[in-house]
Design a protein around this ligand. Structure first.
Ligand code: ADP
Ligand code: MG
Length: 319
């Protein structure tokens, strides 16, 4: 059986000829592939070591089916889901870039470029949330860019799949990417669509400054920062950013979900408002961060951190 993704390059899986590896995460490889008629696609393949496990197969297919149900210009379009021998895979539209790759290449982006991407993501989130789907793992790598510059949300459901897996192992934790984790996720609390606005806030912060608001190599410390530390001022890092931009990002980054946007339509309306107003002259007042900071149960946070460590160990042992 194939153990490295490069072994698959130049091979055919189902109807797709795989040309080169695009990216890989914990559970899957993503290739540039071609349909028989030559149309380029992205093919995401569940790593074969998981392909034999029905639980992983069901959850991987769930990811594809969740995204496939969401037919919207700002959500990645899924074309085909299938199994071929040991390989479970799905094909989707091939995008030319990702926000993550663009930030790695270009560093911080101009405010108007960030606003255009944010508006696209807000449109996609609005649609997904209305269908009852919370992404839970929004970050620059999961925001893809088409050749016309429009942004699409991708990678639906891995976070959901992992949390389901964790639940079945008895460790109650929702996993996202730690730098983009909302305070409620960090505390293992129930979450709703407003967790996606927090992750988008971290994403916009990174796009504007080149840095995420909180960094630490220590999970416990990072979780604590998400829960209680106010994000460093955006405009101190980059004075040319407008106050309005800072206010939108800080509202997304509010510690308590009630202090964030209630829904993506409200966020989109703030983003669209931008271009029609005189930026520098608008007084935005104080950012609402921390207005409803709640008391934190550190025991809970510690339990979650231990849970995550156990999970990481478990996943490593399974490899
Ligand atoms: N449809 C696509 N078009 C272009 N690149 C893609 C596409 N899907 C994924 N990628 C690339 O592969 C990477 C990993 O894909 P993703 O679906 O996010 O997998 P994972 O679940 O492992 O994070 C992405 O960050 C992106 O760089
Ligand atoms: Mg991803």
């Amino acid at each position: 059986m194939t153990h490295t993704p490069t072994d698959l390059v130049d091979h055919t899986i189902g109807p797709y000829h795989l040309e080169r590896l695009l990216g890989q995460g914990g559970f899957a490889w993503v290739f540039v592939g071609r349909e028989l008629d030559g149309t380029p696609v992205a093919v995401k393949i569940l790593k074969p070591r998981y392909g034999a496990d029905p639980l992983f197969e069901i959850r991987f297919r769930n990811e594809a089916e969740t995204a496939a149900k969401l037919d919207h210009p700002n959500i990645i379009r899924i074309r085909f889901v299938a199994r071929s021998g040991n390989y479970v895979y799905f094909a989707m539209d091939l995008c030319t870039d990702s926000l993550g790759a663009r930030l790695a290449r270009e560093g911080p982006l101009a405010e108007r470029d960030i606003l255009a991407i944010a508006a696209d993501v807000a449109r996609g989130l609005d649609f997904a949330h209305r269908q009852g789907v919370v992404h839970r793992d929004l970050k620059p790598d999961n925001i893809l860019i088409h050749s016309d510059g429009s942004a699409v949300i991708s990678d639906f459901g891995i976070a959901r799949a992992v949390s389901g897996y964790v639940a079945s192992t008895g460790v109650n934790m929702t996993i996202g990417t730690p730098q983009y984790l909302s305070p409620e996720q960090a505390q293992g609390r129930p979450l709703d669509q407003r967790a996606d606005f927090y992750a988008l806030g971290v994403t916009l912060y990174k796009a504007a400054t080149g840095e995420v608001p909180f960094t630490s190599t220590d999970w416990f410390e990072l979780a604590r920062m998400h829960v209680e530390k106010p994000p460093p001022s955006l405009r101190k890092k980059r004075p040319e950013l407008t106050k309005r931009f800072e206010r939108v990002v800080m509202k997304c980054l509010a510690k308590h979900p009630d202090d964030r946007y209630a829904d993506a339509a409200a966020l989109l309306s703030d983003l669209q408002d931008f271009d029609t107003r005189l930026r520098a002259t608008v007084d935005v007042g104080r950012a609402p961060v921390g207005t409803k900071e709640r008391q934190v149960s550190w025991r809970l946070v510690a339990a979650i951190v231990v849970g995550v460590a156990l999970l990481v160990l478990l996943v490593k042992l399974m490899r």
